[in-house]
Ligand binder design. Structure first.
Ligand code: AMP
Length: 114
């Protein structure tokens, strides 16, 4: 079964896509937790961080570069931002297609609740 994100990448489901190239797609989170909340995903379906291999080095690097460019576009590069990749149950992963959250636009507080 394709995930929601696979459908967004293929244009089969609506999303606010802010960037797309041959390796990655970025779109706004449907339930934003900060003024900027963008998800950056590989176009290829990789379920979790546990599934990445050396063959994915290029796409994972592209996700980082896209994050940097999008942060600049959003005007949050200097104020700062947070990048998060959740994995499996303890990581709080809900959609099993690797994705990086780009969050910013306000102070984000401590990294984790104590
Ligand atoms: P995670 O908990 O890391 O798996 O995050 C999944 C994220 O996907 C959540 O922040 C959701 O709000 C977001 N999300 C789920 N469905 C959609 C959608 N159709 N479009 C955009 N974001 C979505």
């Amino acid at each position: 079964m394709p995930t929601i994100f696979a459908k967004i990448i293929r244009g089969e489901m609506p999303a606010d896509i802010v960037y797309q190239d041959n390796l990655v797609t970025a779109f706004r989170d449907i339930q934003p937790m900060a003024p900027t909340h963008i998800l950056i995903v590989p176009n290829e379906s990789i379920p979790t961080m546990n599934d990445i291999t050396e063959a994915d080095e290029r796409v994972m690097g592209r996700m980082m570069l896209a994050a940097k460019e999008l942060a600049a576009q959003e005007g949050i590069a200097e104020s700062g931002y947070r990048l998060i990749i959740n994995c499996n149950a303890h990581g709080g992963q809900e959609v099993f297609h690797v994705h990086m959250h780009l969050l910013g636009g306000r102070p984000l507080g401590p990294m984790l609740l104590r």
